[in-house]
Design a protein around this ligand. Sequence first.
Ligand SMILES: [Zn+2]
Ligand SMILES: [Zn+2]
Length: 351
Amino acid sequence: MKRCYYNVLGVQRDAPEDEIKRNYRKLAMQYHPDRNPGDKGAEESFKEAAEAYEVLSDRKKREIYDQYGHEGLNGVGFKGFSGFEDIFSSFGNIFEDVFGFGSSQSRATTAPRDGADLRYDLRISFMDAAFGASTGIKVEKSERCQNCGGTGATPGKPPEICHRCQGRGQVTQTSGFFRISTTCPQCRGQGRIITDPCKACKGMGRVKVTKTVHLKIPAGVDSGSRLKLRGEGEQGDFGGANGDLYIFIHVEPHEFFARRGDDIYCQIPISFVQAALGASISVPTLNGSEKLNIPIGTQNGKILRLKGKGIPHLKGFGCGDQVVEVVVAVPTSLTRKQEELLREFAKLSGE
Ligand SMILES: [Zn+2]
Ligand SMILES: [Zn+2]
């Protein structure tokens, strides 16, 4: 049910126009959506007041309403407002002429703008991760167009002030007192219109370039490591800072070594004779080979460590370990002589 418009605005039925206007402004300020964000009740009150004002400020509509009420207005096709946009475009000046709004500042299109950060995913070998490397990568990024200096206009043909918004970048009839503003559809908020777009950048002011960036991969990086190259991201505009370039490291697996943290893991096969009698064997490491002592009576699956033969610590000094799992191999075929000796061995062992 709709409330009486006179009650809504808090005026008598014979109230003069200026009183109606005054009361409406008061309500509009009180219930304005900018002052009551997310408040449904205020929103309804704001719309209700706008509708009441729309009718009572219009001599014809007010007459119909006085005689036939809400029904009468329905009969002539009055439907109220669909939303805020509707209200502001109808009453834009009522807010402006009361509060002196309307002299919104020109939008600076040459304000400094920082360049965007970029991400680059880099696959490196296991060994490069372990020892570090220097490499060059090709990064695609956008830079200010050299031809037009970033304006997007052909040199000598500067952009013209947008006629629709007078360079403000915003359309004023929907601005109202409380700075509800709509971006100018003509210039899309730029305030200026390029009449002759730069050929090199098609009016964008920026061009895509591919740059080679050199970087040093420190020893000890792992998958998930992230390197930051300051200032190697997108170029800033009008004095804004350049973005940064983030290198996301992905380390390829090694065919022989596995890595857990800064330790590396491998399996080394030994014969059952070496396991029983003990031995000194040569084990491949990241940078060559190393002698490893197999103690007498070593069991299958025994873990031995080569201290400091793992990956260098990325932060701090020293290296992880190389962890060696011993795998005792049992011969799959024996010569007659070998078999004889093993049977002898079994007899001596009481088997
Ligand atoms: Zn250009
Ligand atoms: Zn405009």
